[in-house]
Design a protein around this ligand. Structure first.
Ligand code: SF4
Length: 512
């Protein structure tokens, strides 16, 4: 099934662009995060060296991932945790459902986790008769609205407070005013506390795992990660196999870059570390801790030119700086992972054919690479995925034909020059104010004018400049090369055709 075809993406993006509220919500949130990131990184003594160090650590960990996974498993078991391995989403779902059933759980509370979004855990739990409640405020809002997250870090970015008030009123069974934010948050807190106390199982992801102690780390701003992992008697954490670092020194760098790149904070408000279940003298904590190490196609990428994408720490900085995400919004990507990281990761994990439009959801401006704390070269991978689409014949036949013709033409310089010279002649009736006037149906950019062909090509200017520099002394202005003269004459001979075309167009216009 084609999940995000070009058509689907264009339709969703057009809807998002037409939604003034969404546009202003995205602009406001992403601007705030961009400014926060800039200010927080400027605070560090040598942030570029820190990013280099982090990149090197992530690369080295992935190069020896099997060893670190074994070390992590061994130390987590030694600390009393139970470690499970899941090859794909179905296996991960069954492991979590199995643990829930083993404890007779009917209610689960969940902390925000992109990995559990990835495996559609809530839907699988519901099918198994287990109610799962999101406890991150943003995740709870999108769950109540039966929608997918619109941003990796801010899932309910697209919701107005009126919409939130409506959802909360329905949930708590009494009318709540959109203007009374303290009451809205107090009601949410009250409703969620009841769930924390009633749940038999807590579920989370893991921002990272530390191999040297077998610990997992949860990062939240609302403290719900701490509640989910300490109030219910059983806790299950689903962690992607790539979210591993060797030591606590590495984890410190990870955490420092994560919060600064993500929400522009020096550190997230709550950083929760779980090393095994609660000890007998601990005042709280789960009696059982399960860690599900989830592959889901990641191991397939190890050793390939796409391995680098596994260095992602889901900070969302690339979304906040991406001009396409800022216009199209998160839902156009058809997956919980949106923005530049989603455009690369989703086709790699779930199939390029199903998500053919995503590698094209980029202007290739390079902002994502510039801001990524792990310096992941997403633009290169977007281009590689586009090339794969051509190689595997995934793009639509007309587009394939156009791209093949363009590639052929670019390999034949003389013909290319001839056609562009002819184009300069034929475009004359269409050039207005330095741009090309085209009927709306022929102009994909619509609001913008396409640029006209420059009067002289770069190659011609370059050759002329090189010739002038090579000349021993200043010389009189050089005559045009004979090829150009010939072509210009050929173009002029076609001028009557252009005039005839213009005449016909006018007549057509009058008839209409
Ligand atoms: S690709 Fe880089 S910037 Fe984007 S979410 Fe991942 S770590 Fe953050």
């Amino acid at each position: 099934m084609n999940e995000v075809s070009f058509h689907n993406f264009r339709v969703s993006a057009a809807q998002a662009i037409a939604n003034a509220h969404l546009q202003s919500a995205i602009d406001g949130a992403t601007l705030k995060f961009r400014n926060g990131r800039r200010a927080m990184l400027a605070d560090l003594p040598d942030v570029e060296a820190m990013r280099d160090h982090f990149k090197a650590m992530r690369s080295a960990t992935l190069a020896h991932l099997t060893d670190y996974l074994e070390q992590f498993e061994c130390n987590a078991r030694a600390a009393g945790a139970q470690v499970h391995w899941a090859r794909d989403a179905a296996e991960a779902q069954q492991i979590v459902i199995g643990i829930a059933r083993q404890h007779g759980a009917q209610l689960a509370v969940k902390a925000k986790s992109m990995t559990t979004e990835e495996i559609h855990l809530n839907a699988a739990l519901a099918e198994a008769g287990i109610t799962s409640v999101e406890t991150d405020l943003g995740e709870w809002i999108v769950q109540l609205a039966a929608e997918a997250p619109a941003h990796i870090v801010v899932p309910a970015l697209h919701k107005t407070r009126q919409q939130v008030a409506e959802l909360f009123s329905r949930e708590v069974g009494k009318p709540l005013s959109a203007d009374d934010i303290p009451t809205l948050t107090a009601e949410a807190r009250r409703a969620l506390r009841e769930k924390f106390l009633a749940a038999q199982i807590g579920i989370s992801g893991a921002n990272l795992g530390v191999a040297e102690t077998g610990s997992i780390v949860l990062v939240t701003n609302e403290g719900n990660g701490r509640m989910v992992s300490s109030v219910p008697p059983v806790h299950v954490a689903v962690m992607g196999i790539e979210k591993l670092c060797p030591t606590w020194d590495d984890a410190a760098v990870w955490l420092e870059l994560l919060a600064r790149s993500s929400t522009g904070q020096p550190l997230s408000v709550y950083t929760t570390v779980l090393t095994g279940p609660a000890r007998p003298d601990d005042p709280d904590g789960p009696r059982e801790l399960h860690i599900v190490l989830y592959d889901g196609g990641r191991s397939r990428l190890i050793g390939t030119s796409y391995e680098e994408v596994l260095q992602c720490i889901r900070c969302g900085a690339c979304l906040n700086h991406c001009p396409v995400y800022q216009e199209a919004g998160g839902h156009a990507y058809g997956h919980a992972y949106s923005g530049p990281i989603g455009a690369v990761l989703v086709p790699l994990l779930l199939g390029l054919e199903q998500y053919e439009a995503l590698p094209h959801a980029s202007s290739l401006c390079g902002a994502c690479l510039e801001v990524c704390p792990a310096r992941i070269d997403l633009p290169r991978m977007l281009l590689d995925l586009r090339a794969e689409e051509v190689t595997h014949g995934i793009i639509a036949p007309p587009e394939q034909a156009i791209e093949k013709s363009a590639a052929w033409l670019l390999r034949h310089r003389r013909l290319f020059n001839l056609l562009t010279d002819l184009g300069r002649v034929f475009q004359r009736p269409l050039v207005r104010h330095g741009g090309l006037w085209l009927p709306r149906r022929l102009n994909p950019a619509q609001e913008r004018q396409l640029p006209s062909l420059a009067p002289r090509s770069f190659h011609d200017l370059w050759e002329e400049l090189a010739a002038e520099e090579a000349a021993p002394a200043p010389v009189a202005r050089r005559r045009l090369p004979s090829r150009r003269t010939t072509v210009t004459l050929a173009g002029l001979s076609l001028l009557p055709l252009a005039l005839l075309w213009r005449l016909l167009r006018r007549k057509g216009g009058k008839r209409r």
